[in-house]
Design a protein around this ligand. Structure first.
Ligand code: HEM
Length: 155
């Protein structure tokens, strides 16, 4: 099922707000990405994310009033791994809240489509990871000597 009022009706305004609220409490408390949200206005984030999600799911009467994605994220140090972590938290939040399967799919697709506006870092995309070569050192380090004493520093 594609985006539109019918898809939006599968979650509805109230449940969408509950899911977004749960999502942001997980995000703010997350060991890996929580620090990026330190000091940010959680209530505003919930409100804007709710508007954005309602709009792309197909709510007929909601308008996104936040900043453009690129502008909103330009000042934050967001790497590919942070993006992936947020995506994973979103998946888990939707699963734990028994969000409708079509809504889950559209939401994830929408998130992935925005990636280049959130981070320019391609480092943590999993596809093509085989193609990334391990960097080679200019000079090969000597092989480790198993009998060598470990230096513990000066006495
Ligand atoms: C496609 C994925 C994402 C979407 C849809 C999204 C959505 C949003 C929205 C709607 C806002 C509020 C904009 C406003 O205040 O006008 C926002 C702000 C913010 N987002 Fe995201 N976001 C995404 C990815 C990320 C990631 C991966 C991170 C970091 C791990 C992140 C960190 C932040 C922070 C820190 C703010 C607050 C910026 C500020 O007020 O200075 N976002 N995001």
């Amino acid at each position: 099922m594609e985006r539109g009022p019918e898809l939006y009706a599968k979650i509805g305004a109230e449940k969408l707000r509950a899911v977004v609220t749960d999502f942001y409490s997980r995000v703010f408390g997350d060991l890996m990405i929580g620090f990026i949200f330190e000091g940010k206005d959680r209530a505003r984030l919930i409100e804007k994310e709710w508007e954005l999600a309602a709009t792309f799911l197909g709510a007929p009467d909601v308008k996104y009033t936040g900043r453009p994605m690129r502008t909103a994220h330009a000042q934050s140090p967001i790497f590919g791994g942070h993006f992936e972590r947020r995506l994973q938290i979103l998946r888990e939040t939707m699963r734990d809240n028994q969000v409708d399967a079509d809504v889950q799919r559209v939401w994830i697709e929408h998130t992935q489509a925005l990636r280049s506006q959130i981070t320019r870092d391609k480092g943590s995309e999993c596809k093509d990871s085989q193609a990334v070569e391990t960097p080679k050192l200019a000079v090969a380090p000597p092989p480790p000597d198993p009998d060598k004493k470990i230096k513990l520093g000066r006495r």
